[in-house]
Design a protein around this ligand. Structure first.
Ligand SMILES: [Zn+2]
Length: 156
C-alpha cells in the first residue's frame, strides 16, 4: 500500500476512536522534507493538512501513531481558531519560545491523556536515535521529556 494511503487509514482510525471533533473534517496528508520536525499540522482557511517527513516511511506503526496523535491534538486546537487568531498564533509560535513551549507541552499532555503515551514515547525514542542525544535534546526543549511522558503514563 502506498504511504499516504497508509497514513490516511491510521488517521481515520485515530479520529474514530479518540478525536470526535475532527470527524467531519477532511484532512490532506502530504509527504514533505520538513527541516526541523518530523510532522506538522496546519490549517489554512478551512483546509487541514498533516505534513509527514518521508523518514517515517518504514518506521514502526506505533511510532507513527504517536506522532499522528500529537498532530491531531494540534488540529483539534486549530479548529477552534479563526483566521486572524491562526495568524497571530503562528507568529507568536515562531517568535516566542515560551509560547511554543506552552503549546507543545499542552499538546503532549493531551496526547498522553487520550491514551497514546506509549506511542508518543516510542516516537520520541526513534527521533532521539535519528538525531543523536545532543541534537535531540536541543530540538526537544519545548516538549515533554521522555521521563515526563513515562511518569504521566504511569499516573493515568
Ligand atoms: Zn507539536
Amino acid at each position: 500500500m502506498d504511504n499516504i494511503k497508509k497514513y490516511g487509514q491510521l488517521v481515520k482510525t485515530l479520529i474514530k476512536k479518540s478525536f470526535p471533533s475532527l470527524k467531519k473534517i477532511r484532512i490532506g496528508i502530504k509527504e514533505k522534507k520538513l527541516r526541523k520536525s518530523s510532522m506538522k499540522a496546519i490549517k489554512i482557511f478551512d483546509c487541514y493538512y498533516i505534513l509527514i517527513h518521508p523518514y517515517f516511511r518504514n518506521k514502526s506503526r506505533k511510532a507513527i501513531i504517536g506522532a499522528l496523535a500529537h498532530e491531531l491534538c494540534h488540529l483539534e486546537d486549530l479548529k477552534k481558531k479563526n483566521f486572524l487568531q491562526l495568524i497571530t498564533d503562528s507568529i507568536r509560535y515562531i517568535l516566542s519560545k515560551k509560547h511554543k513551549q506552552k503549546i507543545e507541552r499542552k499538546t503532549d499532555i493531551r496526547t498522553v491523556q487520550k491514551g497514546y503515551g506509549k506511542e508518543l514515547l516510542l516516537q520520541r525514542k526513534l527521533r532521539e536515535k535519528m538525531l543523536g542525544k545532543k541534537l535531540f535534546k536541543k530540538r526537544s526543549e519545548c516538549y515533554l521529556s521522555n521521563e515526563e511522558i513515562s511518569k504521566r503514563i504511569k499516573k493515568k
